[in-house]
Ligand binder design. Structure first.
Ligand code: SF4
Length: 97
């Protein structure tokens, strides 16, 4: 039997320069983090537009192992907020252990 696992919701994303942002993140799932920052890896600054049409994105994976919400490189926060950081996008819910 397959077990359904709920992924954390992207509650809001204000990074309007991203190809997936149409009044919020419309990617199906996003990847957060590198070993040094909580940046959104899915952020794409391009004239090409994408997404599934609805702002229902979830966090598929997160590489920010030192966040209190991270276990085994997966996010277990109920939801996250993404916002601008320089010319990129960051997970603003990141909280260092
Ligand atoms: S809250 Fe923490 S674990 Fe969840 S996506 Fe953001 S940085 Fe990763």
């Amino acid at each position: 039997m397959t077990q359904m696992i709920e992924m954390p919701r992207v509650q809001s994303c204000t990074v309007s320069a991203c190809s997936y942002n149409h009044n919020g993140c419309t990617a199906y799932a996003i990847t957060i983090g590198s070993s040094t920052s909580a940046e959104c890896d899915t952020f794409y600054d391009s004239l090409e537009k994408g997404g599934q049409g609805k702002a229902l994105a979830q966090v598929g994976a997160c590489k920010r192992a030192d966040c209190v919400h991270n276990t085994d490189l997966e996010c277990h926060a109920p939801a996250i907020v993404v916002g601008e950081s320089g010319d990129k996008a960051d997970c603003l819910t990141y909280d260092k252990k």
